[in-house]
Design a protein around this ligand. Sequence first.
Ligand SMILES: CC(C)(COP(=O)(O)OP(=O)(O)OC[C@H]1O[C@@H](n2cnc3c(N)ncnc32)[C@H](O)[C@@H]1OP(=O)(O)O)[C@@H](O)C(=O)NCCC(=O)NCCS
Length: 181
Amino acid sequence: MMPIKIRTAKRADASALVAMHALSLRRLARGFYEPEVLEAFITQGSMDLSLLDGDGYFLAESNGVLLGSGGWSPDVPGYHAALKRMNGAPSLPKAMVRSVFVHPNAARRGVASALMTRIEAEIRAAGFHSAALHATLSGIPFYRRHGWRGGLPVVVDLPGGHSMVGLSMTKQLLGELEAAA
Ligand SMILES: CC(C)(COP(=O)(O)OP(=O)(O)OC[C@H]1O[C@@H](n2cnc3c(N)ncnc32)[C@H](O)[C@@H]1OP(=O)(O)O)[C@@H](O)C(=O)NCCC(=O)NCCS
């Protein structure tokens, strides 16, 4: 077993992350989408780089080698804080899991599982009761294995008239008793 270390990703990691995401998509999502759809997705941007300005995007590494990455953000940036100011005890919006990718050479070794354990713990610690994500077709079996439930299909429009279909998925992260405490 390789040791997997997880740390917060920062702006300085951006180019290494984007390069790893492209490799991940080209190898691990091959067969789920036409190559030109994957290239359009890569061109559009595999992640929102502003996530790297916060504390919610993580990378997994082993002896300094980048193995995978993933993170989360509130569903609507700014909305949660605004609700709290208005109501005192808001019904919390969902958290969104964002941009989970594993280097193809590190696939099926528990890297994404380690990242999701950290991400779900951070979402719980921030007080969210449930979370959502948009899974690529290549990610669905992995998320199901981690207790995520499928909802409606989602379609993302991409450059060049391409579009990419995925699945909206959700997971309850706190039980009703914990949520009420
Ligand atoms: C989906 C992805 C993140 C999984 O990463 P990973 O590190 O290989 O996942 P893990 O090793 O933690 O897998 C845990 C379990 O999930 C399931 N799983 C993971 N990948 C799977 C696959 N391709 N097919 C079927 N089940 C899969 C298995 O049950 C696996 O356990 P096992 O290996 O003991 O059978 C990775 O394949 C990837 O980066 N894919 C391309 C990009 C992508 O689709 N990202 C999702 C964006 S929403």
